[in-house]
Design a protein around this ligand. Structure first.
Ligand code: SF4
Ligand code: SF4
Ligand code: FES
Length: 201
């Protein structure tokens, strides 16, 4: 049995289960941060302090395994306000530079402090992403954010409130018209069109 503290409460958990499973199995019925439980939805951000270290780290609670003496606090759902924009894939790629200064004007204020990179539970070098955006290297910037799960931790750690996660989505939407469709997606669309896949519910 592993003993740890979650949201200020001491919990005994089976070894080799995730922090969010430990919380659920301890009898907490309304775990607000639970979503996909599979590292995809980004809703289960936690602050964690290990017994052997003095620093605080950020992780996803469904991916973090329980460990003796760890202290965990779920991050309250942080409502990031995203900008509204119309996505027009065919021409959007050409309009990125102008649209960026209108939609994400804070980007130019990046202090290169690394707070975003340090806070990312997916290990994305968010600071480098911002540098690539400023250098107008949009394709490489887009690739860097491929594993982003929109947990909002980078924005919450940013002293300039730069919305790197929303900027990543904006770039993906803008560049999609310039990229070939993934073959598995194309294949599935063709199978739906030929009614090989039944889409009736
Ligand atoms: S880039 Fe930001 S929103 Fe995306 S996973 Fe990392 S911290 Fe979360
Ligand atoms: S936390 Fe904000 S200011 Fe610091 S490097 Fe990241 S984007 Fe730039
Ligand atoms: S519950 Fe979805 S990422 Fe953890």
């Amino acid at each position: 049995v592993v003993e740890l503290i979650i949201n200020g409460k001491t919990i005994s958990a089976k070894p080799q289960i995730s922090v969010i499973q430990a919380l659920i199995e301890s009898g907490v019925s309304d775990v607000l941060n639970a979503g996909c439980l599979n590292g995809v939805c980004g809703s289960c951000s936690v602050f964690v302090k290990y017994a052997e270290s003095s620093g605080i780290e950020t992780e996803l609670g469904c991916q973090l395994m329980v460990k003796e003496g760890m202290q965990v606090s779920f991050v309250p759902n942080f409502l990031s306000v995203s900008e509204k924009y119309q996505s027009k894939p065919k021409q959007a790629a050409l309009e990125i530079p102008a649209a960026l200064s209108e939609l994400f004007p804070q980007v130019d204020s990046c202090r290169q402090c690394g707070g975003c990179t340090n806070s990312c539970p997916k290990g994305i070098d968010v600071e480098h992403f911002i540098k690539l955006v400023i250098a107008t290297d949009y394709n490489r910037a887009d690739e860097l954010m491929e594993s982003c799960v929109m947990c909002d931790l980078c924005e919450s750690a940013c002293p300039e409130k730069i919305q790197s996660q929303h900027l990543g989505v904006y770039l993906r939407r803008s560049l999609v018209g310039l990229k070939p469709m993934p073959s598995n997606l194309l294949n599935s669309i063709n199978r739906i069109k030929s009614q090989e896949i039944n889409t009736d519910l």
